[in-house]
Every structure is written in C-alpha cells, then in structure tokens.
Design a binder for this molecule. Structure first.
Ligand SMILES: Cc1ncc(COP(=O)(O)O)c(C=O)c1O
Length: 369
C-alpha cells in the first residue's frame, strides 16, 4: 500500500502533502504517540531543552536526572533504571548482555514470533531465521495457548534446570503476532520455575507498558515482578528513547558494555520527562478502559475474525492475509490510518483521541469487515 507523504500531525490527525488527512488509530503506526501527535505540552519541554544542551556524552545533565527519576517513580520500589537507550532493540540487547554477566550463564530462552528488535541477536531470538546464521544456546518455543502451557513449562524446566540459562525473554502480549498472550497462570509458573533455577525473567514491555494494555505495566496483572523490564515507545511519546529496568540487587557493570553515543540523550530525556509528567496528571486507567469499551462495542468477535486485546492495544485477525491488507488499504482510502501485519490489523489509539474521530474511524473499519 502506498502511504502518502505527511507534512504534520496534530493529536489524532495526520495531514498530508496533497491536502488530504487521516485519522490515526495506531498512535503513529507503531504505538508510540500515546499522548497525541505534536503534544503541545511535551513540545514545550523539548523546546526548552533545545535551548539548553543537546548532547553531553557521559556528563550528567539535570534533564537526564529528572527523566530517570520520573521513570523510577512509575516503577515498583524493587527496581532501578539501569539505563536510557535509543531503540527497543538496543535496550533488549543490553538486557541480554546484562543477564549473561549477572548469571555467568550463556543460554537464553524466548518465544517464537515475539518482537525484540532487529539486531542479529534479537531477531534470532524471536523470529524464523532467514539469514543463514546460527547462535549457540538460543532456545525457542511457541508462546503456548491454554492446553499447551503445561507441556511448554515442562520443556522449559528441563532446560533451565541444567543451569546454563541466563534468561527467558517474554513479550507478554505479542503485538506483532496477532496480539497473542499466554495465560497469567503460565507467566506466574514460568517465573517460579526460572526463579528456582537461577534464570532471570526479562519482560519486553516496549509496546505493552505505560498503560497501553490498561495497567501501568503488563506485569501488574501477575503475581511477580520480572527481573528486568525493557521499555520504549510510549515513554518518549514518539521521541527516540528506550530503557532497561533491573531489580536493585543487580548493578550495572562496565563488563555489560552499558551505554552508547546517544544513550541518555538530553533531548530524548526531555521528551520522557514531559510525557511522564503529563501522564502523572491523567487518569490513564480510566482512559484506556474507555478505549477498550469502545472497541468492544464496535467489534464483537465474529466468525470471520478473532478479536484480541487489552486496554488500548487491540488486534483483529482474519483467516486470510488478503482480507487484512484489503481492510488496511480501503480504510486508508477512506481517511483512516491503521496498522496491519500479515493476517491481522492493529488498533491502538492514543489516549487523547477525539471521540468523534475514533468512532468515525471504527465505523469505517467495521463497514469494511
Ligand atoms: C515488544 C517490542 N520489543 C522491541 C521492539 C523493538 O523496538 P525498536 O523498533 O525501537 O528497536 C518492538 C518494536 O516494535 C516491540 O514491539
């Protein structure tokens, strides 16, 4: 599908060069601009920072300190922010290096079709490997559905009890795989097994955190807090920034190779500080609850699609990829920008949506089904 060139965007509308416009129901396509495009309050924080300092390498800045503190104020007290990074992939790579150093083990377990970014290691961790290389000690399982969970847990335990597994990487709701999750019981049991055998559990919450799936973090639905949590997307409302959170009993060490040129960049930090300051003043749970209710009102699961989702992250999966493509294309022709991958479409509105625009967009999509 040919997308038009955009010239600007305001809250939930993208304005194109040819004078047309689109209602955005996927927060910038990748689920980032949760507080709206060009949010004026966040823009003020970034503008202020532009006049102060853009980049200072390892030198501490006020804004980075403020950004770290506000991220930590969103976290359970057991955690610290191990570092701010640029992309989800970069933070996930750091998580893998850190887990290997902390546990002095090499192996890693992950779930097929998860998304952890596109470096060689992160794509190997998640996807079928069309690139023809092999990384030792990477074990992958399908994210199990109800009747497969027990079997998957047994297989994972048989690996972790050998004592070579540094970490299990989990994307708790697979946003690039039809929105599939395992059950809360599965995640709880997985953590118990890993904890018993000294394997760390790393939750990749790049997409699901900061209320995207209703609660502050996806792990708030569960009985444990993961050993590490990868953050990204929403935390900078579209500005390039990510983060890795660790439990306080794990220190960042030079041997983990933390940091990179732009890690903890002051401009990105100003976007984080602005985004999270505003979020603190909003009733995010109420707002994502309203989005969930609206989506469920428009899309009852029907014979020709499966509806999955939580909070402000919803997928409609069709039998045929062509159907999802056709809906995305026709919706775009009718002024609605949604996200489509393979046989499913994603609807992940911003919490600042205008009711009229969201309902108009959902009607367009529903009529196309
Ligand atoms: C769950 C998850 N983890 C990691 C990533 C990778 O983030 P980035 O594209 O910023 O590298 C993504 C990107 O979509 C994601 O959804």
């Amino acid at each position: 599908m040919q997308l038009k060139q955009a010239v600007r965007a305001k809250n939930d509308i993208i304005y194109n060069k040819d004078g047309t416009e689109h209602i955005d129901v996927c927060s910038g396509g990748h689920g980032t601009v949760f507080l709206g495009h060009s949010n004026p309050e966040i823009a003020r924080y970034v503008h202020e920072q532009i006049d102060k300092i853009w980049h200072a390498g390892k030198i501490e800045t006020d804004i980075c300190e403020n950004a770290r503190n506000i991220v930590e104020s969103f976290l359970p007290k057991e955690y610290h922010l191990a570092g701010l990074y640029n992309t989800g992939m970069e933070a996930a790579e750091f998580a893998l290096r850190a887990a290997r150093v902390i546990t002095k083990r090499k192996d890693v377990i992950s779930f097929e079709k998860s998304m952890h970014g596109k470096s060689m290691a992160m794509s190997y961790l998640a996807w079928d490997n069309p690139f023809g290389y092999h990384l030792d000690g990477f074990h992958k399982f399908p994210l199990p559905q109800k009747n497969e969970e027990e079997d998957t847990l047994k297989k994972i335990e048989s690996i972790v009890k050998e004592g070579n597994t540094a970490a299990v990487f989990v994307e708790p709701m697979q946003g690039t795989n039809c929105g599939i999750s395992a059950s809360d019981d599965f995640y709880n049991a997985l953590y118990e097994i890993c904890n018993k055998h000294g394997t760390l559990v790393v939750f990749d919450e790049v997409l699901t955190s900061f209320y995207r799936t209703g609660k502050r973090f996806y792990f708030n639905n569960l009985d444990f807090i993961p050993d590490m949590v990868i953050l990204g997307k929403i935390m900078g409302n579209g500005f390039t920034v990510s983060g890795l959170v660790m439990k306080k009993d794990h220190e960042v060490e030079p041997v983990m190779l933390p940091g990179s040129t732009y890690a903890g960049n002051p401009l990105a930090a100003s976007a984080v500080y602005g985004t999270l300051s505003i979020m603190k003043k909003m009733d995010m749970t109420m707002k994502t609850g309203m989005i969930a209710d609206t989506i469920k009102r428009y899309f009852q699961a029907q014979d020709n699609f499966i509806l999955r989702g939580k909070g402000a992250l919803w997928t409609l999966t069709f039998e045929e990829k062509q159907k999802a493509e056709e809906i995305a294309r026709k919706a775009y022709e009718n002024g609605v920008f949604l996200s489509q991958t393979g046989s499913f479409i994603r609807i992940m509105p911003m919490v600042t949506y205008s009711k009229d625009n969201l309902e108009k967009a959902l009607s367009v999509i529903r009529d196309l089904i």
